[in-house]
Design a protein. Structure first.
Length: 695
């Protein structure tokens, strides 16, 4: 949130808490609210990162430095003092001096230590002491300097009266010394040196009068590091059995953990694990009729065995689920659970709370529809029910229940079909108690709706990556994601496939297409996921021509997978995820820069982490049929490379190494071998013994 106003405070280190606001917790007055005191002269007319003028919290990560920027200025030529105070809500604050960067832009940096909500207050005021020092530096005539010292003596004495103890004594002595020296010294430079003593000036700065400060407030949602960097693997537990036709369970998933962890994934995501309704249960391939042996869709939640707080008996017990959570963590991963707020017709809620559902004129409950799609096995909640508050509370209790079992990541099904106000309330309530909880919004819908959900609090968001396939589409879309207005709140999580989406490009079944889409997803975005084992086994059969649905989809039936097939992409996925974990440049999105290549079938981009001296260059052949070549142009200055020196490019996928020189270099990729390079760029050094060395 952002707020601007004047206020009286006793000193720079005692800024008051912002006043409580009327209306909702996220309402905010204009950033440029007029001051209550006409003597206030400083202006703060822009803060960053701020989302919608402070209506929503910007997002950042615990343990990562965050830069705060404020545009601060005043009338005339007096000097400003600008401070940043940051704090976790409810905790003591820390002050940081903001630095002028030119053009009235002031910046400061801090590192939030832990997840939670934080407040940053920027205070700016005209500082008479700093203005006096600035003017004195420009004075040369002895008479002017003597007058200036008398003025400075009074300013310092004023600060001494606000100080205590040794600080007060030192400032009083300095003020008297300036007064005496102005009369006794005849050397202008000596007088200036005494007056401009930096150590004494720093002491005076600690006791500034900020009673005429203008302040602006922004609030932040600080998430744990996994919110900013994660690799997801989606798995249907019921298809995890090693034998065909047997219903899988949590123990089978536990046995598969080494396979998934071996590919380097961080998050193991399950579709709903609750009991599945029997009324209107769907058959294979979304058939309207089912047999007694059909398992139904996991998203049709609820039956006589229980509802949203229960486990499908065929999967195991709640105790076995908790054991699986622990074993998954021991494997270096954690479980994400699907959060689907909808019911099967035989869900206990339907009888216990009929007011939570819409009814047709004939008295039957309205099932879910998205014409031409019909979901006869699902009843949506009626969020306009007169009993909406009880509904909200019950749905929050569902999240609380699974948090109690150890779940800290939720993939939320179709959040765009529920009210925005509900999500803002729910996420705020949950994260107030559990700031480490992550919510991923599965909303493939209109851009403004997707962005609104992210602003409301969703930690990560699905994207349009699945439908961005050409060089131009990818370049424009990911430039927007990395550098557009949404960069402070919209964290992309990109997926080449999901149980609902088998894009036509993957229906070719070509290995080069699957490999290219994997590498693009894993390098363009710090968060990505695949739906397996369909992806590594290159499942490509659509239900019918023109459909994005899988034939024999796991959504409606059990599947058995031959994980040891020799054509599996398993080893490529493992190499790609290893590169992601070993290279900080691939663990964030803000450094993404696309590079010019004179071939429309080749796309190239770089990511860098200057602190870690890590530079990654990715080149992908978008043509799965033919080898493509071209000349690549690098901005060596932006990458921190000397254009006069050779540098090494090391392919993290093939382990090949090449030496390049200059900005323009030739590349060629044959999709029959590997459709991409993922290069680490290494600077050239020459040792004292004249050996070549790259780092």
């Amino acid at each position: 949130m952002a707020e601007s106003r004047s206020k009286s405070v006793p000193g720079a280190s005692a800024l008051k808490e912002p006043r409580k606001r009327a209306g909702t917790a996220n309402s905010a007055p204009p950033l440029s609210a007029p001051p209550a005191d006409g003597r206030v002269r400083a202006v703060i007319d822009r803060l960053s990162p701020v989302v919608d003028g402070g209506r929503f919290r910007a997002k950042c990560l615990a343990g990562e430095p965050l830069r705060i920027e404020a545009h601060c200025f005043s009338d005339g030529h007096d000097r400003l003092r600008v401070l940043l105070r940051w704090q976790a809500l409810g905790a003591p604050h820390t002050e940081v001096e903001m630095q002028a960067r030119g053009n009235d832009v002031w910046t400061a940096q801090f590192t939030p230590p832990a997840p939670g909500r934080y407040r940053c207050t920027v205070a700016a005021w005209v500082d008479p002491f700093e203005s006096w020092r600035s003017e004195l530096e420009r004075r040369d005539e002895l008479a002017d300097i003597r007058v200036a010292l008398a003025v400075g003596s009074a300013l310092i004495a004023e600060r001494a009266r606000r100080a205590r103890g040794s600080d007060a004594a030192s400032l009083t002595d300095w003020a008297a010394l300036l007064q005496q020296s102005a009369a006794d010294f005849a050397d202008a430079e000596s007088l200036k040196a005494l007056a401009l003593d930096p150590a004494r000036a720093a002491l005076a700065a600690r006791h500034a009068d900020s009673s005429l400060a203008t302040t602006a407030v922004l609030e932040l949602q600080v998430d744990r590091p996994r919110a900013g960097f994660s690799s997801w693997y989606e798995l249907f537990p019921r298809s995890a059995a090693p034998q065909a036709q047997r219903h899988g369970n949590f123990k089978d998933v536990e046995a598969r953990l080494p396979y998934i962890a071996g590919m380097g994934f961080d998050v193991l995501y399950f579709p709903p694990i609750q009991p599945i309704g029997r009324v209107n249960r769907k058959g294979p391939n979304n058939a309207l009729t089912s047999s007694a042996d059909d398992v139904g869709s996991p998203w049709a939640i609820g039956s006589r065995e229980g509802g949203h707080k229960h486990v499908l008996p065929e999967l195991g017990s709640l105790e076995e689920f908790r054991r699986l959570i622990a074993r998954t963590r021991e494997s270096g991963m954690e479980i994400a659970l699907d959060l689907a707020f909808q019911c099967a017709p035989d869900h206990p809620y339907v009888d216990a709370h009929p007011q939570w559902f819409k009814h047709r004129p004939d008295g039957s409950v309205q099932y879910a529809e998205n014409p031409p799609k019909k979901y006869q096995d699902i009843y949506p909640f009626d969020f306009e029910s007169a009993d909406w508050r009880a509904l909200w509370d019950e749905l929050k209790s569902v999240v609380d229940h699974w948090i109690e079992q150890g779940v800290r990541i939720f993939r939320v099904d179709n959040p765009h079909t529920k009210p925005f106000a509900f999500w803002e309330w729910l996420i705020s309530e949950v994260q107030s108690a559990h700031p480490d909880v992550i919510f991923l919004a599965e909303a493939f819908t209109r851009p403004k709706v997707m962005h609104r959900l992210a602003k409301l609090g969703f930690t990560q968001s699905y994207t349009y990556f699945t439908w961005r396939n050409t060089k131009r589409e990818l370049t424009e879309y990911f430039t927007e994601l990395a550098h557009g207005e949404g960069r402070h709140y919209f964290r992309p999580n990109v997926w080449p496939n999901t149980p609902d989406i088998l894009h036509e490009t993957l229906q070719s079944g070509m290995r080069a297409v699957f490999a290219a889409r994997l590498i693009l997803a894993a390098t363009l975005s710090a968060n990505y996921g695949i739906y397996g084992p369909t992806f590594e086994l290159m499942e490509s059969a659509a239900r019918e021509p023109g459909s994005e649905e899988y034939r024999d989809s796991e959504k409606y039936q059990l599947r058995h997978w031959s994980l040891d097939r020799p054509d599996s992409l398993r080893s490529l996925i493992a190499r790609m995820n290893r590169a992601r974990h070993e290279h900080p440049a691939l663990q964030s999105d803000g450094s993404l820069r696309f590079c010019a290549v004179d071939n429309e079938q080749l796309i190239a981009f770089s990511k860098s982490d200057q602190a870690a001296r890590d530079i990654i260059l990715v080149i992908v052949n978008l043509d799965p049929h033919n080898a493509q070549s071209g000349w690549l142009e690098l901005d060596l200055g932006a990458l921190g490379l000397d254009p006069q020196q050779r540098f090494q490019v090391h392919d993290l996928l093939s382990e090949q190494r090449y030496q390049w020189r200059g900005a323009r270099n030739y590349v060629m990729l044959d999709p029959r071998r590997l459709p991409a390079h993922v290069f680490r760029l290494r600077r050239h050094l020459r040792t004292e013994h004249d050996f070549d060395y790259f780092m």
